[in-house]
Design a protein around this ligand. Structure first.
Ligand SMILES: *Cc1c(COP(=O)(O)O)cnc(C)c1O
Ligand SMILES: [Zn+2]
Length: 414
């Protein structure tokens, strides 16, 4: 299948081999395919035995790929948990993207993005990151023998993620500023140095992330849920999911389109503000704050694509409090599944939408868990030890201390 790039605003097209991330008019680009002639049978695709849940869909992810850089990403588990469903109120399944090789969905984007970087003959790849993007890029770059530079907001990323970027050998630069400032620097530097940018403004990354939704639909035997609920930070997933669903309809894989619900933290809610304002320009948040550091973003680069997804799917944007995020996380964790704080925004959001009557009793809800429980162990331990400032540890499971004798242990366990 052929692929090319198309401006999301003025619709100008560019060759699929071009190395560009925006149109001359400034808007972002989509990867486009001619799907009207495509015969891609969903049962055939599902029956492929593929080590990668991304490259299973190769024709509609990156048909121009040459040397594929893969770590067997995707093929993540779809959980159903009565505990989580009871908490939310509706019928929830959980797509656990923390089960990717580096512990977040970013791997689905990176396998495609780094494959494209090789095709572009890049020597150095770069990203700004709230943590997981850098962990993922550092790994895929090392596998592809590319140099890797990552810019992270100083003191604002979880330790597990920082440790991965260092371990995988990336050059890690801690910027004295927030994510949005780091991303602006990445774009300026790469324009000067020719570094290949792997933030989600890279259209190829989003092609990989589409497979989260396709794979979940496949696991649901192509029965379409009423809702797809996703945490929203730089809103790449929100963008990719809408594209995935519209393409799935065009490919005749599904007939009905589920509604997308994008969930933001109250302290980092630019998409929510923009959506509720009804205006056609981004309302940024200058000082985004949330302990869900993966979604601590004030100027989401994909906001136009994300709003298109919301519109195309008759979706909604909702916001949740820190308390709601941590309570949802502790329920997902205690169900034995586990996730990082930002991931739990989806479950917290589903619950809020249910309580507000937007999600109806009996609705089937697909919540995406974006990252692994070990990514931010500090937040988890602090929650259970009642040490998170401003948060009530509703479901605390604090460790018990005892002297080292049997009688004391017996008393401690009473
Ligand atoms: C990157 C990330 C997000 C935000 O995803 P966007 O596509 O930028 O909205 C959410 N959760 C986790 C764990 C992440 O790593
Ligand atoms: Zn344009």
């Amino acid at each position: 299948m052929k692929a090319w790039l198309e401006c999301i605003s003025c619709k100008k097209t560019f060759d699929g081999g071009d190395q560009r991330f925006s149109c001359d008019c400034g808007a972002l680009l989509d990867v486009k395919y001619d799907l009207s002639h495509a015969i891609l049978d969903k049962q055939e695709v599902a029956s492929r035995s593929s080590a990668s849940g991304v490259w299973r869909f190769r024709e509609v992810v990156h048909p121009l790929a040459e040397k594929v850089v893969s770590r067997g990403e995707g093929n993540t588990f779809l959980y159903s948990s009565s505990r989580v469903s009871d908490f939310v109120g509706a019928n929830v399944s959980l797509k656990h993207e923390g089960e990717n090789p580096t512990g977040s969905f970013k791997d689905r984007g990176m396998t495609v993005g780094v494959t494209e970087a090789l095709r572009q003959k890049a020597k150095t790849v770069i990203c700004a990151s709230t943590g997981n993007t850098s962990a993922s890029l550092a790994s895929y770059a090392a596998m592809a023998s590319l140099k890797c530079v990552v810019l992270i907001p100083e003191g604002m990323i979880a330790y597990g993620k920082l440790s991965q970027a260092l371990a995988y050998g990336a050059k890690v630069v801690q910027v004295q500023g927030n994510f949005d400032e780091a991303l602006a620097l990445v774009q300026a530097l790469s324009a000067k140095k020719g570094y290949y940018v792997l933030n989600s403004l890279n259209p190829w990354r989003l092609e990989g992330q589409k497979t989260i939704v396709w794979e979940a639909l496949m696991q649901l035997n192509w029965s379409v849920p009423d809702w797809v609920v996703v945490p929203a930070g730089n809103v790449g997933n929100t963008s990719a999911f809408g594209k995935a669903l519209m393409e799935a309809k065009e490919l005749k894989w599904i007939e009905k389109i589920p509604r997308i619900a994008a969930i933001q933290a109250e302290g980092a809610n630019p998409l929510y503000q923009t959506f509720t304002s009804g205006l056609d320009e981004l309302i940024p948040v200058e000082h985004p704050e949330t302990l869900a550091t993966a979604i601590r973003i004030g100027r989401p680069v994909n906001w136009q694509k994300a709003l298109r997804s919301i519109k195309d799917t008759n979706g909604v944007v909702e916001q949740v409090s820190e308390q709601q995020i941590m309570d949802a996380k502790s329920v997902v964790d205690a169900a034995g599944i586990g996730c990082e704080p930002a991931s739990a925004a989806s479950v917290a959001g589903a619950k809020k939408l249910f309580e507000n009557g937007v999600v109806k009793p009996g609705d089937s809800v697909l919540c995406v868990l974006t990252g692994h429980v070990l990514k931010d162990s500090e937040a988890t331990v602090n929650y259970h030890q009642r040490q998170l400032e401003g948060i009530e540890s509703t479901f605390a499971n604090a460790p018990i201390q005892t002297r080292a004798d049997l009688a004391s242990l017996g008393r401690a366990l009473l």
